[in-house]
Design a protein around this ligand. Structure first.
Ligand code: ADP
Length: 391
């Protein structure tokens, strides 16, 4: 079975073609186009390239196309990418302006170009469908809630993969099996002790999720990916009172304020150095105090969210780090886990330092809570979810 994963940006199109052997996927081709002005043209070009290179005999060899859609109005899950999905993406186009319009358009194009392939959308919000109301609702008037202003959560593909893989690593195949089928069967009862996980997805954008028996109980991102931890150049959490005050105090329009909060804030805004954590670490090492503050804020915010889930979970079995920073920055992992020996969290300095972009436990043998690094592979996660959906 061939599954094509389509990554659509407003001026880009990237793809990976997977050959699936059960839910294991092997990438057989990748490609992409930048500075795209006509998506239809480059999709046709990509398909022609796949045939020319011998990866496909004809376009009919593509069984399914997967789209990692971000946020839909009144819709989530892993679903057939039909008119309902397009309407849901259009309904929230201003909340995810960089993502929703190109995905809505891309799904339309693929429908015409590959009428016989199954098109599947996996929303980044899908993993949070079962978060209790008390954690998902904002204390806004009912009318606000009714137009969709609530906590959605993002990075769902990554955190769900962490839920599945960490359960396997912890020897909890019952939980892993339940997570595998989550979008097809919904949550399943599992017996025995609960498996309680805190997942740190730390990358260009970051979020922390609490997971019980494979189901998310809450996450740091809310209505938009503009919330939670300080992001590379986006603000993260901000008091709603600050925005109207800032427009007056700074004499700027709401649009300009939004631009600054989404483009010039976060780690970039605080450090004044870069939106890449490697540059910020280097500057902090050289004595730059603003860079050090940006690092301290990221650590503080990650710990703040994790501790809220610790209370909610009533204990903890596993901590997982994933994504660019989580996989590659031992120093930050150590700082996040520092001083938690009384809670049974003890990192092994050697294992931690040795673990770069590979899967490993990095806790000491006497740590009650296991600490793991699990590399993210969001395209593969998507290919697997598409496979599970259509089989
Ligand atoms: P995105 O969210 O855009 O997919 P990533 O998950 O790749 O981004 O994360 C990007 C972040 O990961 C950057 O801040 C970068 O500094 C950090 N990062 C990536 N690779 C490394 C590395 N080898 N060592 C340290 N940090 C890294």
């Amino acid at each position: 079975m061939h599954i094509l994963i389509a990554n659509l940006g407003s001026t880009s199109f990237k793809y990976r073609l997977y050959q699936m052997d059960g839910s294991n996927g092997v990438v057989i081709a990748t490609g992409g186009f930048e500075r795209v002005t006509n998506h239809e043209e480059v999709i046709n070009q990509a398909l022609a390239d796949l045939i020319d290179q011998g990866n496909l005999n004809s376009i009919n060899d593509i069984d399914a196309v997967g789209f990692k859609t971000v946020l839909g109005k009144d819709l989530s899950g892993c679903v057939d990418a039909d008119d309902t999905v397009i309407a849901a993406l259009e309904g929230f186009r201003e909340v995810a302006p960089a993502h929703n319009p190109p995905y809505a358009e891309g799904i339309r194009q693929f429908r015409q170009i590959l009428p016989d392939a199954r098109l599947v959308a996996l929303f980044e919000t899908a993993f949070y469908q079962w978060v209790p109301q008390a954690a998902a609702r904002y204390a806004v008037p009912k009318e606000w809630h009714d137009v969709g202003i609530r906590r959605y959560g993002f990075h769902g593909a990554s955190h769900k993969f962490v839920a599945e893989r960490s359960a396997e690593l912890m020897g909890r195949n019952d939980v892993a099996e339940s997570v595998r089928g989550l979008y097809v069967n919904g949550p399943q009862e599992v017996s025995g002790e609960p498996l309680r996980v805190i997942s740190f997805h730390l990358g260009g954008s970051s979020s922390v999720t609490g997971i019980r028996n494979g189901i998310a109980i809450g996450t740091s991102m809310g209505f938009s990916p503009q919330s939670g931890l300080p992001q590379n150049n986006r603000v993260g959490d901000l008091d709603s009172g600050a925005l109207p005050y800032a427009t007056k105090a700074l004499g700027i329009t709401m649009e300009e304020a939004e631009r600054q909060l989404t483009k010039e804030s976060g780690l970039q805004g605080v450090s004044g150095v870069s939106n890449d954590l490697r540059d910020i670490c280097e500057a902090a090492g050289g004595g730059n105090k603003d860079a050090q503050l940006a690092l301290d804020m990221l650590i503080d915010s990650a710990r703040h969210w994790a501790s809220s889930f610790l209370f909610e979970l009533g204990g903890l079995d596993t901590i997982v780090f994933t994504a660019g920073i989580g996989e590659n920055n031992p120093w930050l992992r150590k700082a996040i886990c520092a001083g938690l020996e009384n809670f049974g969290v003890i990192i092994d300095e050697e294992k931690n330092a040795a673990c770069m972009a590979s899967e490993a436990f990095i806790s000491s043998d006497d740590s009650k809570v296991k600490i793991a690094v699990i590399p993210a592979n969001e395209e593969l996660v998507l290919a697997r979810e598409v496979y599970r959906k259509i089989n």
